[in-house]
Design a protein around this ligand. Structure first.
Ligand code: SIN
Length: 528
């Protein structure tokens, strides 16, 4: 048994920013499912949005964030994060000259979808995530009082006997043994759930583990119907092979058919740089009719130099940049919902926090504005560290006899194939949804009763599958309950926003341990 001040589950940008900002007297342990660098943040091509341009202002950035989020956002959170963005970027850049600048040392600001100004800073052209993560990893190595456990899969939260406080986590270690880790503050930073879908830009580890684990411990989960599908993933022979950043459209690329006809004309005033759900739905319509869509990049000078990572992804997959055309399809990219938290990261259970994509602060509303996610991770990491640096000094006795949950059933003999879960989610709970398909999916998911499976006896692969089934159910139930379309949630049977019924209303899931029947409670509440 180990005991730390702070236990961090996950190793993306929010986790590492948090860890490096904690004072050295705070004892920190990071548990990560694979390697430190196996995180979505490391793959991020797009940059970080901040009102740094001469004609820009945080107020404009806020309006764009609310507009993309279809006004489902928490406006106070939007105000705090967006106002802090320029200083966050400047402070981070002082740590290592991370972001691209011109010869005069001015920021090279890029354009992305639904932004009204050029305000995206990048590092290494299209390797922003990698640049920031490497900087954070270097600084992390300099701190004292840190242990990193790689290949360590956290799968169950430990609560105190009254079930009022999270006191630790059970994990499977690299040696295959079960170990309990205790801490004063338990932080979930495991990212979203991109791997729930056939087509995704996400790292292979990102399958909703932290959110599922929190849900099963009775923590409130919110806004799960809002999934962002990124319009442009490289698409070859029916498979997606990685992201083609929106920055490519920001530099002038347009979406065209086989015969070169632009597909975004007359669909949205911002055309190819319209909100992601609008562009994704348009591409999806073409693909459904069996027509391939391409990004025409022929007008972009020095493509290789500006987008070195994308050039490599294309060439590794047999696409020549000199042909001027990249085949694309939409895929799941970002979860706007997650563990319900305040801006400090506090969840509905004491001692448990969530930061990064696994959390839902309300910043993104129903659809995230491009390049606002690394920003959120940096903000939350710093904010929570400041808070813990203060409160961690207060004495606190950790209970070592956790609450024993009602014994669960033994593991199911027959869990579905992972690919089947992804394919059915893509088909029935994907870019376009309707009642018939959502109900079919709900019935299919209910048969597995994933939430009552005893996880101690499951392998890591089986536990991941159980978590995927739990998350799939949360998304499906919420998508069925929300009888309107808004941002990342589109229902063909309710194609409009229904403000009178749904504006700023959130769907909250709450699982009650130990109740035999109907142990999930869904409520709708005004988003705060
Ligand atoms: C992109 O580069 O298109 C992704 C950026 C983001 O999702 O914020």
């Amino acid at each position: 048994m180990t005991e730390d001040d702070v236990l961090i589950i996950g190793s993306g940008i929010a986790a590492l920013q948090f860890a490096v900002q904690l004072t050295d007297d705070v004892n920190v342990r990071i548990l990560t499912k694979e390697k430190l660098r196996t995180a979505n943040s490391y793959l991020a091509q797009g940059g970080i949005a901040a009102a740094l341009g001469k004609t820009d202002h945080p107020g404009k950035h806020m309006i764009d964030t609310l507009e993309a989020g279809r006004f489902h956002n928490n406006q106070d959170v939007v105000h705090e994060v967006i106002t802090a963005a320029p200083d966050l970027i400047k402070n981070l850049d002082r740590q290592g000259d991370i972001f691209d600048k011109n010869q005069k040392g001015e920021w090279l600001l890029g354009m992305e979808g639904a932004h009204s100004e050029k305000r995206i800073v990048h590092g290494g052209g299209d390797a922003t995530g990698k640049n920031v993560m490497e900087n954070l990893i270097t600084r992390l190595k300099q701190r004292c009082n840190l242990s990193v456990e790689e290949n360590c899969f956290a799968y169950e939260l430990l609560l105190n006997t009254e079930q009022t406080r999270c006191i630790g986590v059970k994990a499977k270690t690299s040696a295959g043994t079960i170990q309990k880790f205790y801490g004063k503050h338990i932080i979930i930073a495991t990212g979203g759930c991109g791997q729930l879908y056939t087509y995704t830009s996400n790292a292979k580890t990102v399958s909703g583990d932290g959110i599922a684990m929190a849900y099963l411990a009775g923590v409130e989960i919110v806004d799960m119907e809002f999934i962002q599908f990124h319009p442009t993933l490289l698409y070859i022979n029916g498979e997606t092979k990685g992201l083609i950043s929106e920055a490519v459209r920001g530099e002038g690329a347009i979406l065209v058919t086989d015969d070169g006809i632009p597909i975004m004309e007359g669909v949205h005033p911002l055309k190819d740089l319209g909100p992601r759900h609008v562009v994704s739905q348009r591409i999806y319509e073409y693909l459904k009719k069996g027509k391939q869509v391409y990004l025409d990049i022929s007008t972009i000078d020095n493509f290789r130099k500006r987008f070195p990572s994308i050039t490599s992804i294309c060439e590794e997959n047999g696409i020549q940049i000199s042909n001027g055309k990249i085949p694309v399809a939409p895929g799941s990219h970002f979860l706007m919902g997650g563990i319900k938290t305040d801006l400090i990261g506090r969840s509905s259970i004491d001692g448990l926090y969530a930061i990064g994509e696994s959390s839902c602060t309300g910043l993104h509303g129903a659809n995230r504005l491009a390049s606002n996610s690394l920003l959120e991770g940096l903000f939350q990491g710093e904010h929570l560290a400041k808070w813990i640096n203060k409160t961690c000094k207060e004495p606190y006795e950790i209970e070592r006899s956790p609450y024993n949950f009602v014994p669960k059933r033994e593991k199911l003999v027959c869990l579905p194939d992972t690919q089947q879960i992804k394919d059915l989610m893509m088909e029935r709970v994907g870019i376009v949804r309707d009642e018939v398909n959502l109900k079919k999916q709900q019935a299919w998911l209910n048969q597995f009763r994933a939430e009552s499976i005893h996880l101690d006896t499951c392998s890591t692969e089986e536990t991941t599958k159980v978590f995927m089934l739990c998350i799939a159910k949360l998304i499906t139930d919420a998508a069925l309950a929300r009888t309107e379309s808004r941002g990342g949630h589109f229902r063909s049977d309710y194609p409009r926003e229904e403000d009178h019924q749904w504006l700023r209303k959130s769907i909250i899931h709450h699982y009650y341990q130990g109740m035999e029947k109907s142990n999930e409670h869904i409520e709708t509440a005004l988003a705060t």
